[in-house]
Design a protein around this ligand. Structure first.
Ligand code: SF4
Length: 69
């Protein structure tokens, strides 16, 4: 799975970092970034993406197809 965050859209709510702290962290700007795409299982990463109020976490499968949102 590939994870991309549209940081222009991120509001720094912390939902993703709460659900998958091994994958996401809030940086010095208070915006989420990916620290380790393998830091949680795929269902947890998907749950984190679904928790994002602005849907700015984009998930792709290994073939590059978008799987969320
Ligand atoms: S859940 Fe979305 S808006 Fe909230 S910190 Fe994570 S990426 Fe940003």
């Amino acid at each position: 799975m590939k994870i991309e965050i549209d940081r222009d859209e991120c509001i720094g709510c912390g939902n993703c970092t709460d659900i998958a702290p091994g994958v996401f962290e809030l940086d010095d700007e208070g915006l989420s970034r990916v620290v380790n795409p393998a830091g949680a299982d795929e269902s947890t990463i998907r749950e984190a993406a679904e928790s994002c109020p602005v849907d700015c976490i984009h998930l792709y499968d290994d073939a590059g197809n978008k799987i969320y949102p």
